[in-house]
Design a protein around this ligand. Structure first.
Ligand SMILES: [Zn+2]
Length: 158
């Protein structure tokens, strides 16, 4: 049920819908429609039983779909402290690989200076990082075959 796609295609702007009609028109269940109401779908004021304007249902589903497609957008990360997606400070991020395929983009929140993380696959790194300047890091020293964290080539010769 969670994966079922709800569509506003059959909702008519100028009609009003009660909960059951709204559910039928969008392919959702009445319970889901009531959940939408809690999440910001506006009902027509002062009317009982509750009815919704088609135009409000369409706007609500559109907002929700847009929010889902790209939770942060490329080049942005979610700051848990600010509870908002942000472009990291200085437009810079680090990518810490924790395997061949997966890793975490890390950046500094420009507002609270907290560390923001964004999981990404190596394949989708470019899309996730967008215009950010990304430094590649290796979090798992096993991959480099040595436990020595200092891999600076300019350090003194052994
Ligand atoms: Zn923040």
């Amino acid at each position: 049920m969670a994966n079922r796609r709800h569509s506003a295609r059959r909702v008519k702007k100028l009609r009003t819908y009660n909960v059951r009609e709204a559910a039928k028109a969008t392919g959702a269940t009445p319970g889901t429609v009531r959940q939408w109401a809690k999440n910001g779908l506006e009902a027509v004021e002062g009317v009982y039983p509750t009815i919704y304007r088609g135009v409000d249902i369409i706007a609500f589903l559109k907002r929700r779909d847009e929010g889902r497609k790209q939770p942060c957008g490329s080049g942005r990360m979610y700051c848990l402290r600010c509870k908002a997606p942000k472009t990291p400070a200085f437009g810079e991020a680090e990518f810490w690989a924790d395997g061949i395929k997966l890793g975490t983009l890390k950046g500094l929140c420009p507002d609270c200076a907290g560390i923001m993380n964004r999981r990404s696959s190596v394949a989708k790194l470019n899309a996730a990082a967008g215009d950010l300047k990304v430094s590649m890091r290796c979090a798992d020293s096993r991959l480099s075959g040595t436990p020595e964290p200092n891999s600076n080539p300019h350090s003194k010769r052994g």
